[in-house]
Design a protein. Sequence first.
Length: 68
Amino acid sequence: MNVAELGATLRSRRKALNLTQRETADLADISTRVLSDLENGRETVRLDIVNAVATALGMSLSLQVQGP
């Protein structure tokens, strides 16, 4: 999954839960700007931030490392 797909998945889940970006950002203890950038695939964010957003949305995060 690339950054754009991750962002779209998080946005879809947020909307399914009827949460605003502000509400989700507050739950994840991040700014709405960071959440917006993440949802729109504009910026690569730290793993702890992605995990905080996923947790706020009732999702779990799984990491898969691939070689070349």
